[in-house]
Design a protein around this ligand. Structure first.
Ligand SMILES: *[C@@H]1O[C@H](CO)[C@@H](O)[C@H](O)[C@H]1NC(C)=O
Ligand SMILES: *[C@@H]1O[C@H](CO)[C@@H](O)[C@H](O)[C@H]1NC(C)=O
Ligand SMILES: *[C@@H]1O[C@H](CO)[C@@H](O)[C@H](O)[C@H]1NC(C)=O
Ligand SMILES: *[C@@H]1O[C@H](CO)[C@@H](O)[C@H](O)[C@H]1NC(C)=O
Ligand SMILES: *[C@@H]1O[C@H](CO)[C@@H](O)[C@H](O)[C@H]1NC(C)=O
Length: 556
């Protein structure tokens, strides 16, 4: 520790940045590379951002927010929320008497339709413009309410406070739209139960970074916390305790919270693997393994447990999955469900003589034909229910055919497991087969390391693989994943943020926005912004967020 002391002293003697940047980073001994972002720099960076050096002030008591779409609850709710974020320092925030005043903000929405967000056909759904003129109100123009939400977020980020706590905003003009229509974040509530409060705070944090899909990995081997009214035993036996359950009311509350922020909620119900949780209630649906070659329910570690994977040769397996998915569809309103289908380990199926017999009877020579059989039958059932679906890449790697409108999530990478290939190699054959693709391989944020590891997430680009332009166009977006083995309500948010913000900018901003060194300073601002809005985002640079410090004013 003591070798750090001289650095610490030098820092304060020589390099304390006391410019008008209220958020202050410290450069210990050597200057940091990259271009300094002025205060009020937005994250993710907009397509066209014409800034100026003309500074206006806000008058907190008269600043107004208006919209022609006020009858839409999404807009009404957003105007209230963003008033709080714009005038964040309610106690101390003042106007600067020497500057002209920006009187208010008008939000003009062309199409006032106000339902649930969907996978957009094109980037136009979230397109918007912002004009902050030298006089009169600021104006946001958008086609849809979703664009208005993205615009309000950007507008709120343009406002900053000087050392006297005066609100300031520069005369600015912005035109913006996303690079990808699917910008997702996965949370896992099966390894650890995540409290409702954490889920909601995370949706807030997502909206600050323009994410638009919450991929809810609801259930897994470890637990089954989703309340099924059709099969109540799922949580009776599958949840950790009766308190570790998301009731259907809870789920609806999350979906509504997300809707108001323009975020879709896609549930994942993973089969035929990752089903030990449901097996606690329905053991007869799982395949008995013959680890000793003769007897059912005998393990052969580490190849397989005593029973695992849904039993693909029983009709009641398919009936159960179909009924449960129908029930899920009544609760989760999005057009899509994620059906998992990853990590189907064959060893147990291969050990089972009844599956061997089934293969013979059906002229199957390889075990992946059994997987194909399961996948085809299940996908057909899910399609009948009226759901569109996403799956992990695994069945496609195994040459299983899915229907052409399937969205395939690419997750494998050498970084996760040295036995795997690089994602750039997995994605090519999947694109060649013509599936829509969501990339998550380079964004497994549950893998942590010392230092600013957000940089490596920032540098990963979903179009950087050896494909044709058409194949690259099949990538509809990407997803940051936070698997739940080592996170719960104590650390989920701080581990995820602002690291996930790096993914957000990669998925939103133009491909040419690549300079990690310069992004550093804007991301630092974004982290401070999130902190002030109540998200315990971890630090990325040495320094301080003005005179704001987490829990500084807490009653103890
Ligand atoms: C506009 O923003 C850029 C990028 O941060 C900065 O380099 C430039 O100085 C700003 N221009 C003005 C007029 O403030
Ligand atoms: C706002 O104006 C100030 C003062 O002229 C300038 O230094 C700063 O770079 C501008 N900020 C932005 C975001 O353009
Ligand atoms: C739930 O499990 C209990 C105990 O195994 C069983 O008696 C009951 O019939 C099950 N209920 C349903 C609805 O399946
Ligand atoms: C299996 O193949 C045999 C011989 O080609 C054929 O007679 C039989 O109908 C096939 N069975 C099934 C279930 O496809
Ligand atoms: C694309 O292919 C070239 C030539 O085979 C290879 O050198 C390069 O590393 C590949 N790029 C990626 C991103 O896989």
């Amino acid at each position: 520790m003591n070798i750090l002391w001289p650095v610490f002293l030098l820092t304060f003697l020589y390099t304390l940045d006391t410019g008008h940047c209220y958020i202050t980073y410290i450069e210990a001994r050597l200057p940091l590379p990259g271009e300094r972002a002025p205060p009020g720099a937005p994250w993710p960076l907009p397509r066209f951002w014409q800034n100026s050096s003309t500074v206006l002030t806000l008058y907190p008591s008269t600043f107004y927010l208006q919209s022609n779409a006020r009858e839409c609850d999404i807009i009404q709710n957003a105007l209230k929320r963003y008033r709080r974020y714009i005038l964040i320092d309610e106690k101390n925030g003042v106007r600067d008497l020497s500057l002209s005043v920006l009187e208010g903000l008008k939000v003009e929405v062309e199409d006032k339709a106000c339902g649930y967000p969907k996978l957009p056909e094109s980037y136009v759904d979230e397109k918007y413009s912002i004009d902050v003129p030298t006089s009169g109100p600021a104006v946001i123009k958008t086609k849809t309410v979703w664009g208005a939400l993205r615009a309000l977020e950007t507008f709120s980020q343009l406002i900053y406070q000087d050392k006297n706590k005066a609100y300031q905003i520069n005369v600015t003009s912005i035109e913006d739209y996303p690079r990808y229509t699917y910008r997702g974040l996965l949370l896992d509530t099966a390894r650890h139960y995540q409290p409702m409060k954490t889920l909601k705070q995370n949706l807030d944090a997502m909206s600050y970074n323009k994410f638009n899909v919450f991929h809810w990995h609801l259930v897994d081997d470890q637990s089954f916390p989703f309340e099924s009214k059709r099969f109540p035993n799922l949580t009776v036996f599958g949840a950790y305790t009766p308190r570790h359950v998301y009731t259907q009311e809870d789920v609806k509350e999350i979906i509504e919270y997300a809707r108001l922020r323009g975020i879709r909620v896609i549930p994942e119900f993973d089969t035929p693997g990752h089903t030990q949780g449901l097996a606690k209630a329905f053991p007869h649906l799982i395949t008995p393994c013959y680890g000793d070659g003769e007897n059912p329910y005998t393990p052969n570690h580490p190849e397989h447990a005593e029973a695992e994977m849904l039993n693909p040769i029983q009709d009641n397996t398919y009936e159960f999955v179909k009924e449960l998915v129908s029930e899920i569809k009544d609760v989760f309103v999005d057009d899509y469900i994620h059906l998992g289908m990853d990590e189907v380990y064959y060893a147990c199926w291969e050990s089972n003589p009844n599956i061997k017999k089934f293969m013979e009877e059906n002229n199957m020579t390889t075990i992946n034909e059994v997987e194909q059989y399961y996948v085809k039958r299940t996908l057909a059932n899910v399609k009948d229910i009226g759901y569109k679906y996403m799956i992990w890449q695994d069945p496609i790697d195994n040459d299983v055919q899915a229907s052409p409108d399937t969205v395939v999530e690419v997750w494998k990478d050498k970084y996760l497991d040295s036995k795997m290939d690089y994602w750039e190699n997995y994605i090519v054959p999947i694109a060649q087969k013509g599936y829509k693709i969501v990339l998550s391989s380079c964004w497994y944020l549950n893998y942590i390391s010392y230092g600013p590891d957000w940089k490596k997430y920032y540098e990963c680009d979903p179009r950087e693989f050896n494909g044709t332009e058409e194949e690259k166009d099949l990538v509809v977006g990407g997803e940051a994943c936070m698997w739940g083995e080592y996170v719960d309500g104590t650390n989920l948010l701080s581990r995820l943020w602002p690291r996930a913000a790096a993914v957000a900018e990669r998925l939103w901003s133009d491909a040419s926005v690549r300079d990690v060194d310069s992004a550093n300073f804007r991301l630092d601002q974004q982290r401070c912004r999130m902190l002030r809005r109540g998200i315990p985002a971890q630090p990325i640079l040495n320094g301080f967020c003005g005179d704001y410090e987490w829990d500084l004013d807490a009653d103890i």
